[in-house]
Design a protein around this ligand. Structure first.
Ligand code: NAD
Length: 360
């Protein structure tokens, strides 16, 4: 079977790590027709936007997209493309696996956690009221009238909406993922003791849905305790389902557990469309230097292959990548201590492809 997939190399270090990832995927011999599209800084002059219509159309048509990092232009008035894509395609799930590969630079061992984060609501919904604006003052007045709470006129307000519908979808996704992937436990994270009507609702929905999945252990944890426990005993966690903000923070905590952003990728998944990307940004200072770690982008490719059902190909790349990391000979600077020798992005990619028994 042949797939048509939108490929966005992005900007900064994006094109370099995308090239390596594309070659790794091609080495599996899965037939893919890449529909290569642009997004990022280089589009602004030509198209007047960092995300041209033809790129959006390609994702809508192909449904699957592998995307490199994209710089968020500062001071141009353009919003983050990543946030735009999540909202536009209603990618309500952000799925991020964290696993320790032997040879990665980390103090931890036995981490194999998947964070499933609600991707559209919560404090990221973009409903904000600026300090001093007429509507903000009106809202302050309304709050005083309805709750008796007196806010300073100098207050800025961000709204935290959490709906039953989206909470149900994300928690169900978490349990289904656990079931399909032979995972044993789902931990739901919240701060329901303080935010009764947002996090409290999330927890209530989670408890109800958990009753349908008696084959999977369920527990809930308050987010601050969860942060501590993840550092103290990460090995006891399996699938973690979170509202948006906690998912964002705990994901980076988990990236720290497994060796940093260079080894962390994510899938943004909706009903129709799924976009796979490394978690790190475009690291502009390393652009064109053949220096950075290609693994996060390769892991995004692995997630994508898994998602389209090409599990064998995904495993083949992962195994080769894991061996290269373990041997530690052809790895990039971030796997090494200062003074130790390392190789470039392409050389690490070549070593992975060679381990797959293929040619660059
Ligand atoms: P960044 O992740 O690009 O870089 C931070 C630092 O992390 C780098 O200086 C580098 O030391 C390290 N790093 C990142 N990727 C690495 C890799 N593959 N290998 C080795 N080291 C790596 O974060 P930033 O500098 O805050 O952001 C740069 C731009 O990227 C910003 O415009 C930001 O908005 C954007 N960004 C995009 C995405 C995305 O497209 N998904 C995500 C985060 C940030």
């Amino acid at each position: 079977m042949s797939y048509k997939i939108t490929l966005i190399p992005g900007d900064g270090i994006g094109p370099e790590i995308t090239e390596v990832t594309k070659k790794c995927i091609e080495a599996t011999e899965v037939e893919i027709e890449w529909d290569i599209k642009m997004a990022g800084e280089q589009c602004i002059e030509k198209y007047g936007t960092p995300i041209p219509d033809e790129t959006i159309k390609s994702i809508a048509e192909n449904k699957i997209c592998l995307k490199g990092p994209i710089t968020t232009p500062v001071g141009t008035g353009f919003r983050s493309i990543n946030v735009f894509l999540r909202q536009h395609f209603k990618l309500y799930v952000c799925l991020r696996p964290f696993k320790i590969y032997e040879g990665a630079k980390t103090k931890f061992k036995d981490v194999d956690i998947v964070i499933i984060r609600e991707n559209m609501e919560d404090l990221y919904a973009g409903i904000e009221f600026e300090r001093g604006k007429a509507e903000t003052l009106q809202l302050i007045e309304f709050i005083e009238k309805t709750t008796g709470k007196n806010l300073s006129q100098n207050t800025g307000i961000s709204i935290k909406p959490i709906s039953v519908e989206n909470s149900e979808k994300i928690v169900r996704f978490g349990f289904e993922y656990a079931r399909k992937n032979n995972r044993k436990k789902v931990t739901v994270v919240h701060k329901a003791n303080i935010m009764k009507y947002s996090d409290g609702l999330f927890l209530e929905v989670a408890k109800n849905i958990a009753k349908e999945y008696t084959d999977i252990e369920f527990e809930d944890k308050i987010v601050d305790n969860m942060a501590m426990q993840l550092v103290q005993k990460p090995e006891i966690y399996d699938v973690i389902v979170c509202p948006n903000l906690y998912g964002d923070i705990l994901s980076d905590l988990c990236a720290g557990l497994v060796g940093g952003l260079g080894l962390s990728a994510g899938a943004n998944i909706g009903e129709d469309v799924a976009i796979f990307e490394p978690t790190h940004g475009s690291a502009p200072k390393y652009k064109g230097l053949n220096k950075v770690n290609p693994c996060a982008m390769i892991l995004a490719g692995i997630l994508m292959l898994d998602y389209i059902g090409e599990t064998e190909a995904a495993e083949k790349i992962e195994k080769a990548m894991a061996e290269v990391i373990k041997e530690g000979k052809y790895v990039t600077y971030d796997f090494k201590n200062s003074g130790e020798s390392y190789v470039g992005t392409i050389e690490m990619g070549k070593a992975i492809i060679e381990k797959m028994g293929a040619k660059w």
